[in-house]
Write a protein that binds this ligand. Structure first.
Ligand code: ADP
Length: 814
């Protein structure tokens, strides 16, 4: 026992050599004899009452003695050189405790010499020896005596007990590691203890648990149960110590970090001052503040911008977040939130402007003038701005004037004009932007374009709505719908900007080449205005009035008196361009002008009147040959009129029969639907063999090859059905097809002719190609109102319902 050290956490005189004293007295303590049990195994001893202290068996501890009774008991035990029994009071404040005042278990202990301390109090060293259980009090005078039964703990060691001891030691070791103020010696001392009960007592003393827990420990006479209690206490202690350590580490880290940042910031200041940049940062922020103050912003946007500037001020200038924040602020500051151009709602003036730049296009122009008129009435009635904005959708082949008309509308209204192409957009984020958490995030195309417009009410053209894509990245068309929908777009939300932007004053115009591929939901909301292709006469007019003067001026040939003969223009249209619009026509005119400009500068000769035969010199040989009307009536060749993205066109269909086994082959980049309609045509023909006088064995002995030339152009759709039938019938009967006939219409197996699309373009194309007569499905007669008068007058148009009628018209007698 002598190798136990103890912390004495009370004040004492520093002159007192306590360690020496302790050594001497410990010797003393060992000499004090234990009480002998009588025949019943009981011992009788003096009581040392303790107020609120427990010394566990095998421990040595100093003890302060105050009460008279206690002193007497100690003197008496020393006189007899015998141990006494320390009993802990239930209530520490009781001064004269009686038999009922103590815990039922006490500790037998040896008491050393009393020491008088400098302040007059007394202290003695005590060594606790074993637990005893009180049986009865035998004396209640100035001091108490009891009869008690010593509790023997020499029990048999079991595996469970040993395991518990080891666990306790492990946990204790962890405590020692975690607790800086405990020397490692504590652990080694504990490891030297062999008895479970003793180990429990020793560790609970070291842990320094509160008095209630100590009392419970004292009363627990089973070493096993004491160990259980101890394990719980140790586990708790470890947890607390670990937490404590964590907290300490965190606090230290925080302090370190703050100090480090402070240090770096100071250092940066010094560097910036040395480089003369110290004010740059603050002045930048100040500048943004100033801009913000001057900018006309809606309240919600201003609040947001101010918040962001506030944040900007707080973060260190070199932080990567700075760039992101400033970019964001720039966007807020650059967008035209409340900047509006004043509308010019003068209808005659608008009409004049529209006519000034565009020939024809009566429907589109009328619609725009109506729009302006309605707006004007709303304005006069005081319902400014909130008039519902229509969404116009201009549909037509390239070069038919959609974009340029949009531009003229903006000019007529005195609004800014912007356009953006939607072709190939697959990602919703392209329209509505990426969230700022993405690196390099930006607003979507809508707001980017609005910024470019510089006003919140531009004419905004969205090109190629028919080429929007969609896939797993989200459907851009629904984002677009929100953009365009007047019910929603007053608070358009962009993922980047995060603050709603009012698009309700924007005049949106979308454009497309065809309505077939525009998403239905979008198409529903839009007002479609068709831009049909131009016929030759219209093109001549447009070229004369717009294209030639413009190209002449652009190429610096104004003073030259340059002219194009009508013949030259016709040839240019027919043989050098093949299109529904006039884009290529303008390009070719431009090429001629440039060549003349160069000739002039080089001092060479050049013509001022461009004739038919000058074209080869300037543009090289003809590019398109008039394929439409065949030279003569032929067998097995019929002319279809088809619709393509660049307008209507004529297309010969050839059928050749060769010896074979009745196989059908079709070539020339033909799609599935057209192949099927060739099969239907053949079946129909077989069913009419008798009337047409075709011997049935012909179908078995001959192979059929259908070819549609110009292999580079993909061909699809059912509208060549009747043409295929005519060509097949001609080949099988040997009756030639009338060369000036053009055909369009779908065929059923029973020989009905079904309606088709794009009739106006087809009729115009047939007219352009110089055909004399065209056959169309009867149901398409209604579409003829759109056909230019000239084409309608010069063409014979025959509406049909049955295939038999077609054959009558198209086939000549043999
Ligand atoms: P789109 O947008 O339909 O492809 P553009 O508007 O770009 O066609 O037109 C191509 C060119 O043709 C432009 O220079 C335009 O001025 C001219 N153009 C087209 N239609 C007309 C027209 N009806 N009157 C005058 N110029 C036209």
């Amino acid at each position: 026992m002598s190798d136990f050290d103890f912390d004495f956490d009370f004040d004492f005189d520093p002159d007192l050599d306590f360690e020496d004293m302790l050594e001497d007295q410990t010797e003393e303590l060992y000499r004090v004899r234990d009480l002998r049990p009588d025949s019943r195994g009981l011992i009788e001893a003096l009581v040392l009452p303790l107020r609120d202290m427990i010394v566990f068996p095998n421990m040595i501890s100093p003890l302060f003695v105050g009460r008279e009774g206690s002193l007497e008991a100690i003197f008496e035990s020393q006189a007899r050189n015998q141990t006494l029994i320390a009993l802990t009071q239930k209530d520490p404040n009781e001064n004269y405790p009686g038999p009922d005042s103590f815990l039922p278990v006490g500790v037998e202990m040896a008491v050393g010499d009393l020491l008088e301390l400098p302040d007059g109090s007394r202290s003695a060293l005590v060594q606790a020896r074993r637990r005893v259980e009180i049986v009865e009090f035998t004396q209640l005078d100035s001091y108490l005596r009891v009869r008690a039964r010593p509790i023997h703990e020499m029990i048999e060691m079991t595996d469970t007990l040993e395991a518990k001891m080891r666990s306790a030691l492990k946990l204790f070791r962890r405590c020692v590691q975690l607790n800086d103020s405990w020397p490692e010696g504590f652990y080694f001392q504990a490891r030297g203890i062999e008895y479970p009960g003793w180990l429990a007592d020793m560790l609970v003393t070291t842990l320094g648990v509160d008095i209630a827990e100590r009392k419970a420990f004292l009363l627990e006479t089973s070493p096993n149960r004491r160990l259980n209690r101890l394990l719980a206490l140790l586990a708790h202690e470890v947890r607390i110590l670990e937490l404590e350590n964590e907290i300490r580490a965190e606090t230290r880290e925080k302090v370190d970090q703050t100090q480090r940042e402070f240090y770096l910031r100071e250092k940066m200041k010094v560097i910036q001052t040395e480089l003369g940049e110290s004010d740059m940062w603050t002045s930048d922020v100040a500048e943004q503040r100033e801009q913000l103050a001057e900018k006309n912003l809606p309240e919600h946007a201003r609040a947001r911008a101010e918040k962001e500037i506030g944040r900007l001020n707080k973060i260190p200038p070199m932080s990567p977040e700075v760039g992101i924040l400033r970019n964001y602020l720039d966007w807020i500051l650059d967008l035209p939130w409340q900047e509006y151009t004043e509308d010019n709602l003068d209808v005659p003036n608008a009409a004049e402007i529209l006519d000034k730049y565009h020939y024809g296009l009566p429907r589109a122009k009328e619609r725009v003038l109506e729009y302006i008129a309605v707006k004007r009435l709303h304005l006069e009635n005081g319902r400014q701005e909130k008039a519902r904005q229509p969404i116009l959708c201009f549909v037509g082949a390239p070069g038919t004037g959609k974009t340029s008309l949009g531009n003229s509308i903006a000019e007529a209204l005195n609004r800014n004009f912007v356009r953006v192409s939607l072709g190939g957009i697959r990602d919703e984020a392209e329209i509505r932007g990426h969230r700022r958490t993405y690196i390099g995030a930006l607003p979507g195309r809508i707001l980017q374009t609005i910024r470019r417009a510089g006003s919140a009410n531009p004419v905004f053209m969205l090109d190629e709505v028919d080429k929007l894509g969609y896939d797993y990245r989200g459907d851009p068309s629904s984002a677009l719908l929100e953009t365009l929908d007047p019910e929603q777009n007053y608070a358009f939300s962009d993922h980047y900007l995060e603050i709603p932007f009012d698009l309700s004053s924007v005049m949106f115009i979308t454009t497309a080449n065809t309505i077939d591929t525009i998403p239905m939901a979008l198409l529903d909301r839009m007002e479609v205005i068709k831009f049909p292709g131009y016929i030759e006469e219209e093109k001549l007019e447009i070229a004369d009035r717009f294209l030639i003067p413009r190209q002449v001026a652009e190429n610096g040939l104004n003073g030259e008196g340059l002219h194009f003969s009508k013949g030259a223009m016709q040839r240019l249209i027919r043989e050098y361009t093949l299109e529904a619009g006039v884009r290529n026509l303008e390009r070719e005119i431009g090429r001629i002008c440039r060549k003349i400009a160069r000739a002039k500068v080089e001092g060479k000769e050049y013509p001022t009147l461009i004739r038919v035969d000058s074209l080869d010199r300037f543009l090289g040989p003809t590019r398109f040959f008039p394929i439409a009307s065949e030279e003569k009536d032929e067998v097995g060749v019929a002319t279809a009129i088809a619709w393509t993205q660049s307008g209507g066109r004529t297309m010969p269909v050839e059928v050749l029969l060769v010896e074979g086994k009745g196989r059908l082959q079709i070539t020339g980049q033909v799609g599935d639907v057209m192949t099927e309609s060739a099969q239907a045509a053949l079946t129909y023909l077989k069913s009419r063999s008798k009337q047409l006088g075709i011997p049935l064995e012909k179908y078995e002995n001959l192979d059929i090859h259908i070819h549609i030339p110009e292999g580079a152009v993909p061909k699809e759709g059912p509208s060549a059905g009747i043409t295929l039938t005519v060509a097949l019938a001609s080949a099988f009967t040997g009756r030639p097809v009338r060369k000036e006939v053009g055909l369009t219409g779908e065929i059923t197996l029973r020989g009905r002719v079904l309606p088709v699309g794009g009739v106006r373009e087809k009729v115009v194309a047939a007219h352009r190609a110089g055909l004399k007569l065209i056959v169309i499905p009867r149901k398409n007669e209604v579409d003829l109102v759109d056909v230019p008068d000239q084409a309608r007058e010069e063409l014979e148009i025959i509406p049909v319902e049955y295939m038999d009628e077609v054959l009558d018209v198209a086939l000549l007698e043999r």
